[in-house]
Design a binder for this molecule. Structure first.
Ligand code: EPZ
Length: 420
């Protein structure tokens, strides 16, 4: 297995180019199941999760070909409707094929994704909404067996909790349904917005895009001609590299980023003493005279994203004072704490709240990645730790960060990828 070795006490300079958003790419690839045409996608990131979903579609009979920067996905040859455990267990967002497969074929089997390191992550809200649309859902031997022999019917759906992939699943199911579907308490993440925008441009009338109430007029079972599109920039990748600039107190520019997707994150960086310069597609962070402590509560977009919680925890170890970080979305998203503590961080946990006392000197050592964003927090800590930090199990990192070691090398970081 590979591991990353990085030397600490670095300062960065230059610029980092952000890749396409993993969490936009996944629903957009699942969306191709609704297409009658060969769909042309640009700016897909080169990360493991995208390859996993493309492999799943290929296993179902689709053809996915990457050439000169474009991905062409043709689902006209789809002949299977079973997403098997061997794939779904490696990438729980495979659940995103459930809505489109059911909408197109009237039946499908999708392995229950099961939990993951950060929490139990049920899909009950996805299933309940599909049942409201007329689907018959049974759970048999770890599989979701869904049928809708008369097609899916538009209806009024109110999500008990805001769910990002739940909203995406139902938007895609509703796109081919008979009649109109109203989704109340819909997720407003930019990734959901792009999915709605592409569907809308492809002939599915969607109103309320970007709001918590979506109205989707289904095509009554007719497949759609999906327009060519380019995936939006990855706001979490951008936020992670801004934290790299912040924790090393460097001037760093992020290009191909959309600052309008990072309002809450940029506000917290400014609260901590950093100054931020933004243009339409770039963000520059400037060093702080003194890094101030911060209070963070993770919530749904546009509030502070849970996917940036671990990164800010690493940053908070370098603030002068006590920071409070409350994780409101997932029940177990503090796996990075024990590894940061091993590097010398002064963090105490009380339920879903972490108290981080700084400024603490961190020391490089062997650490283990446990989940995607926790891994990036360990990289950030390694940038300023004394000595060398070896980060193991970086397959977690490869799921969501495109060429992280190369991007950091390009701004002066002494980081190499080695094999155990
Ligand atoms: C998406 O996960 C993202 N993944 C996650 O990013 C992100 O952390 C999360 O949204 C929250 O922003 C993708 O988009 C592929 P949810 P998702 O459904 O959709 C509960 C990363 O690091 N819930 O919005 O699975 C759930 O347990 C990943 O890139 C139910 O109870 O998250 C959680 O507490 C990690 N029942 C809350 O809702 C359901 O049926 C939000 O989950 C669905 C969700």
């Amino acid at each position: 297995m590979d591991y990353l070795q990085l030397k600490g006490s670095q300062s960065l300079s230059g610029e980092i180019k952000i890749s396409g958003a993993k969490n936009a790419s996944l629903p957009l690839i699942a969306m191709t199941i609704l297409a009658k045409n060969n769909v042309k996608i640009s700016n897909l990131p080169h990360v493991a999760d995208i390859n996993t979903l493309l492999k799943l579609l290929s296993n179902l009979g689709a053809t996915c070909e990457r050439n000169n920067g474009y991905m062409h996905v043709d689902t006209s040859t789809l002949h299977e409707t079973k997403a098997t455990y061997d794939i779904v267990k490696t990438m729980r967002a495979s659940i995103l094929v459930l809505g489109p497969l059911l909408a197109r074929f009237g039946k499908c089997e999708v392995s229950l994704p099961g939990g993951c390191a950060i929490g139990q992550r049920p899909v009950d809200l996805h299933l309940k909404a599909l049942e409201q649309m007329g689907a018959n859902i049974e759970i048999k031997s770890g599989y979701i067996e869904a049928t809708a022999p008369n097609g899916l019917q538009g209806c009024d759906i109110i999500f008990d909790k805001i769910t990002v992939t739940g909203t995406a699943n139902i938007v895609m199911a509703a796109s081919l349904a008979n009649g109109i579907t109203n989704i109340t308490n819909a997720a407003r993440e930019p990734e959901v917005v792009q999915l709605c925008e592409i569907l809308n441009k492809s002939g599915v009338k969607i109103e309320g895009i970007g709001s918590a109430i979506l109205t989707i007029s289904g095509t009554n079972g007719k497949l759609i001609d999906i327009v060519d599109f380019s995936v939006i920039p990855d706001r979490i990748e951008a936020g992670t590299y801004l934290c790299a600039g912040a924790i090393t107190n460097s001037k760093l520019t992020i290009i191909n980023a959309d600052p309008s997707h990072l309002g809450a994150v940029l506000a917290k960086l400014e609260e901590m003493g950093f100054s931020i310069e933004s243009s339409l597609d770039s963000i520059t962070i400037h060093p702080a005279d003194e890094i101030k402590p911060v209070k963070i509560i993770t919530q749904e977009y546009p509030a502070f994203p849970t996917d940036m919680q671990a990164q800010f925890m690493a940053l908070a170890t370098q603030a002068n004072g006590v920071s409070i970080i409350e994780e409101k979305l997932f029940e177990n998203r503090f796996m990075h704490v024990s590894e940061l503590q091993r590097m010398g961080a002064d963090i105490s946990l009380n339920g879903h709240t972490a108290t981080v006392s700084g400024k603490t000197k961190l020391s490089g050592t062997d650490v283990m990645a446990t989940d995607l964003r926790a891994s990036s927090a360990l990289v950030l800590a390694g940038l300023i730790a004394d000595g060398t930090t070896d980060i193991h199990r970086i397959y977690h990192l490869d799921r969501g960060y495109d060429s992280l070691d190369k991007k950091l090398q390009n701004v002066g970081v002494d980081i190499v990828r080695l094999s155990e």
